[in-house]
Design a binder for this molecule. Structure first.
Ligand code: ZN
Ligand code: ZN
Length: 175
């Protein structure tokens, strides 16, 4: 399976390269596409945030799965913010690094923390594309994250139960 990472606007190169390596290991192949501009119509002036669904729908349908990665703050429906969004059993997923950065919580920048959080959110949204729904196991990467505390609590991997669901659909991963 091939995952293509689509940078949406300027995105931290170190994080993109880290995701490429890890997702390539897990899914078989991964490449980083040339960056695309953030669609300006996705910006909501009242909220000062970007509409995650509109960005998601603007991603190209290339490779088996496209993972959009943005730095801007995103929201969906009536949620204050989202870490990401995906098309369930579709082709496209999106994550934002904005709320994964320690700086936003008043802490010093930390690339290692940012990398692992980005990997967790990438695995989570890609899991939705592969048909997985939220998992009740708080350690599983498919558990729903309401806050950064939930993100930090979970592992970056799918639990045995979620992996079995994938295997039942013929998807074998190197985890
Ligand atoms: Zn989810
Ligand atoms: Zn699970």
């Amino acid at each position: 399976m091939k995952i293509c990472i689509q940078p949406v606007g300027d995105v931290d190169d170190e994080i993109l390269k880290f995701l490429k390596k890890k997702l390539g290991d897990v899914f078989g192949a991964c490449e980083i596409l040339p960056k695309m501009d953030i669609p300006t119509y996705a910006y909501n002036f009242n909220r000062g945030q970007f509409n995650s669904t509109l960005i998601l729908k603007s991603l190209p349908k290339v490779c088996d799965i496209v993972l959009g990665v943005a730095e801007v703050d995103i929201y969906a429906d009536n949620l204050n913010f989202v870490f990401g969004e995906a098309e369930l059993l579709g082709k496209r997923a999106l994550i934002s690094l904005a709320r994964l950065r320690p700086e936003i919580y008043g802490l010093p920048p930390n690339k290692d923390i940012l990398k692992i959080r980005a990997l967790k959110e990438a695995m989570h949204e890609i899991g939705h594309v592969l048909g997985l729904t939220h998992c009740e196991n708080k350690r599983c990467v498919m558990s729903f994250s309401n806050s950064i505390i939930d993100v930090d609590l979970k592992d970056w991997k799918y639990c045995e139960k979620c992996l079995k669901k994938l295997r039942d659909r013929g998807i074998y991963l190197k985890i």
